[in-house]
Design a binder for this molecule. Sequence first.
Ligand code: SF4
Ligand code: SF4
Length: 165
Amino acid sequence: MLPMLTGFINYGQQSIRAARYIGQSFLITLSHANRLPVTIQYPYEKLIISERFRGRIHFEFDKCIACEVCVRVCPIDLPVVDWKLQPVIRKKQLLNYSIDFGICIFCGNCVEYCPTNCLSMTEEYELATYDRHDLNYNQIALGRLPLSVTDDYAIRTIFQLPEKR
Ligand code: SF4
Ligand code: SF4
C-alpha cells in the first residue's frame, strides 16, 4: 500500500512541476507577442546598406597607373597587378588586375590609398559561389557595377531594423 501511495505522491509532484514549466514558457511566449520582429525575410526582403559599408571592390581599369600602392598597403599583399614597361613613353602599361575575394578581409586600405581613386567599395555582399576559385575576380569582374537593392523590384527593401524594446 505504502509504495503505491508514494508513487501517487511522486506522480502528483511531477505533474505540478510540469504544469509550472508549461505556464512559465507560455508566459515567455506571451511577453514576446507584442514585440516587433528583429529579422527580415531574406532574400525576399533586403536591408538598405549603410553608406560606409565595405562590400565587393569596384575597379576602373582605365584609371589605374599600375603603381602597386594597393599591393603595398594591403595587409596580405593581395591585389595582383600585372604590367609591362613601355620604354618609348617610359611608363607602365597595365595588363591585368585581380583581387581574390576568398582571401580579402575587406579592410579598405587599397581603396583608401589608391592615388587615382580607381578602387571603391560597393554595397555588394552576395559573393557566395560553389567554387572558391570563382572568387578570384579579374579586371572585368571587378569593373562590373553592383546592382542596387532599390532597383530590384522583385524584393522589398527595408531601411532599418526596428529598435529593440
Ligand atoms: S593603387 Fe590604384 S592606381 Fe595604383 S596599382 Fe593599385 S589600383 Fe592601380
Ligand atoms: S580590402 Fe584590404 S585585404 Fe582586401 S585587397 Fe584591399 S587592402 Fe587587401
